[in-house]
Design a protein around this ligand. Sequence first.
Ligand SMILES: NC(=O)C1=CN([C@@H]2O[C@H](COP(=O)(O)OP(=O)(O)OC[C@H]3O[C@@H](n4cnc5c(N)ncnc54)[C@H](O)[C@@H]3O)[C@@H](O)[C@H]2O)[C@@H](O)CC1
Ligand SMILES: Nc1ncnc2c1ncn2[C@@H]1O[C@H](COP(=O)(O)OP(=O)(O)OP(=O)(O)O)[C@@H](O)[C@H]1O
Ligand SMILES: [Mg+2]
Length: 323
Amino acid sequence: GAYNPRYSGVLERAFSLRKAHSIKDMENTLQLVRNIIPPLSSTKHKGQDGRIGVVGGCQEYTGAPYFAAISALKVGADLSHVFCASAAAPVIKAYSPELIVHPVLDSPNAVREVEKWLPRLHALVVGPGLGRDDALLRNVQGILEASKARDIPVVIDADGLWLVAQQPALIHGYRKAVLTPNHMEFSRLYDAVLRGPMDSDDSHGSVLRLSQALGNVTVVQKGERDILSNGQQVLVCSQEGSSRRCGGQGDLLSGSLGVLVHWALLAGPEKTNGSSPLLVAAFGACSLTRQCNHQAFQKHGRSTTTSDMIAEVGAAFSKLFET
Ligand SMILES: NC(=O)C1=CN([C@@H]2O[C@H](COP(=O)(O)OP(=O)(O)OC[C@H]3O[C@@H](n4cnc5c(N)ncnc54)[C@H](O)[C@@H]3O)[C@@H](O)[C@H]2O)[C@@H](O)CC1
Ligand SMILES: Nc1ncnc2c1ncn2[C@@H]1O[C@H](COP(=O)(O)OP(=O)(O)OP(=O)(O)O)[C@@H](O)[C@H]1O
Ligand SMILES: [Mg+2]
């Protein structure tokens, strides 16, 4: 119908009410994120605030696992490991002396090599820069199975999601899994699991249904607004970011989520007021990534890159969570 100016005031008021409501929801959820953050203390030993592993990195992609692993450290983990293909290891080591890099993913003993470390890890981030080589993916399948057997929380991103789309049974029903698909990865997963195209006009419903169909694993659909669900609750994160979409922002998100998932599970549901700890952790990682993007864009504009965003992690974290 034609635009009727008589209604515009009503619509505007309804819109601003909805916006005010969602700002209040966001603030309430941010408070839950604050509750799960462990206090800094001089009596802690190295490792207590998190030992995180990133599984990814191959001949082509060395940036993605680096971004994920360094972000985990910058958010507050004490130790960050990368398990990558042998060709990627010297490159990642050269980016940073702060990461522990294991060139094992293309070894015939890959699963055993990673399994040795699992008792010492609090969470795994699987997929950044993994690539889609069949032999690597088979090894990662074994690593995922070993992690589940030990009840280690896993964040699955990028090519880890490619693997899950081929074999949803790998993570079906695993309550300590969080998936962080971008637009493409989400539709690929949705097609594979629900055997039909998603309804793009109902993103809440699509995220909810995908989570349910995967046995209530937590799903984070990244986009203009991030939509998060554990099959019961749906949260929306619309923290202001920017219009700059350089590659690697998703890796910052999955790496920081690795730490936050560990903190949230340690804190437990009392600290999250009955909400799912994984959902609260995911909301924290989305808000943080978007705030980093916002701050970096204010300084660098169109030339903003993921490294500029990582330089903002400390200030963004304080602004959101230490107010
Ligand atoms: N520096 C690096 O090493 C980086 C490596 N990366 C790795 O690259 C590999 C492939 O990741 P991709 O994310 O490209 O995955 P895909 O190969 O599934 O492709 C995603 C595609 O979807 C497109 N797309 C994204 N958002 C869209 C939207 N809203 N609507 C329509 N199209 C959209 C993108 O342009 C991209 O071509 C992964 O291993 C990933 O970790 C990325 O993380 C980026 C940084
Ligand atoms: N249109 C948008 N406006 C604001 N923020 C966005 C937009 N699209 C994505 N983001 C944010 O950017 C971050 C990464 O999402 P994105 O969809 O770029 O992931 P990705 O494709 O996996 O990235 P990567 O290049 O690291 O693989 C998320 O925090 C998300 O909230
Ligand atoms: Mg990605």
